[in-house]
Design a protein around this ligand. Structure first.
Ligand code: NAD
Length: 278
């Protein structure tokens, strides 16, 4: 092992592409990268969000952070953005596959909630799988292959506690509604989050001898002003008795993308207040 333990948590000048970088956690991952000396690149289909968050981060840290339009479900687009970034920065050494759809579980009075499995819409299945699974596959293929050629790189896949356990549908229940009208957590969320862990293990072993490490982080739910009744039901399922604060994954991200985790690949790190123990 070279360098002091502290120095192994640094990534000074290294470039990290973060998919869904304009969203809630993408911004937090970017903060983590910047506080370790790296340069985050926020790739998002919502270009405005990516640009705004990148500006906010650059101003806050007086450092480099850039936002880009990118649709990770489109291979051509991923190839173009990868070569643009490689031209601009020399290489992209870190990829955080973070983008995923997580539609809120809601229902309209009298209407069968769209999320119920029996009539789950095919178009939503296709879109959710395209963003989280195909998107992670394409970004890993395009950025990861470059890393493997250079014999150095780190991929961090953002899964979820729901990549480990099934959703407890009781927490989404509403009083006074028939069972077949109750909203549920969409099947796609479970499928893509379990799938991303499969992709992690596949790539960790596939690229094990190339210097590319691939790990997954499974965050639990982040408190984001959800209704108090929902928060109460969810926190009953969490041994620590609370949801995560939005910045509580930053240290884990730094650990997983730096040499601090140099002997770690194919691992799945749960940070969920203990939820997956129960
Ligand atoms: N927020 C939580 O409580 C929580 C908990 C566990 C896991 N996660 C996971 O963390 C990740 C980030 O979650 P979040 O809460 O920040 O979500 P978010 O909805 O705030 O951000 C997701 C981002 O992905 C972008 N995106 C969607 N489709 C895209 C595409 N085709 N190409 C590029 N970008 C696209 C969206 O525009 C959005 O900015 C997700 O994988 C989510 O499943 C979140």
């Amino acid at each position: 092992m070279t360098g002091s333990p502290q120095s192994r948590f640094r990534i000074d000048g290294k470039v990290a592409a973060i998919t869904g970088g304009g969203g809630l956690l993408g911004y937090q991952h970017a903060r983590a990268i910047m506080s370790a000396g790296g340069i985050p690149l926020l790739l998002d289909i919502d270009e405005k969000q990516a640009l705004e968050k990148a500006k906010l981060l650059s101003d806050t840290f007086s450092g480099e952070c850039y936002g880009y339009y990118s649709d990770i479900t489109d291979k051509k687009n991923v190839q173009v953005i990868c070569s643009q970034l490689t031209d601009q920065f020399g290489s992209v050494e870190i990829l955080i596959n973070n983008a995923a759809n997580d539609p809120k579980v809601t229902e309209k009075p009298g209407e069968k909630p769209w999320s119920r499995f029996e009539h789950f819409p095919e178009n939503i299945w296709d879109l959710d799988v395209a963003v989280a699974l195909k998107g992670s596959f394409l970004c890993s293929q395009v950025f990861g292959s470059e890393m493997a050629n250079r014999r150095k790189g780190v991929i961090l896949n953002i899964a979820s506690d729901l990549g480990i356990i099934a959703p407890d549908q009781r927490i989404y229940r509403k009083n006074g509604i028939a069972d077949d009208m109750q909203p549920v957590k969409p099947v796609t969320y479970s499928v893509v989050k379990h799938g991303i862990i499969g992709l992690t293990r596949y790539l960790a072993t596939y690229w094990a001898d190339t210097g590319v490490r691939v790990n997954a982080l499974c965050p639990g739910g982040v408190y984001n002003c959800q209704p108090p009744e929902f928060v109460r039901k969810l926190t009953n399922l969490i041994p620590m008795g609370r949801m995560a604060e939005v910045d509580e994954y930053q240290c884990a991200v730094i650990f997983l993308v730096t040499d601090a985790s140099s002997y770690m690949t194919g691992s799945v790190l749960n940070i969920d207040g203990g939820r997956t123990c129960w």
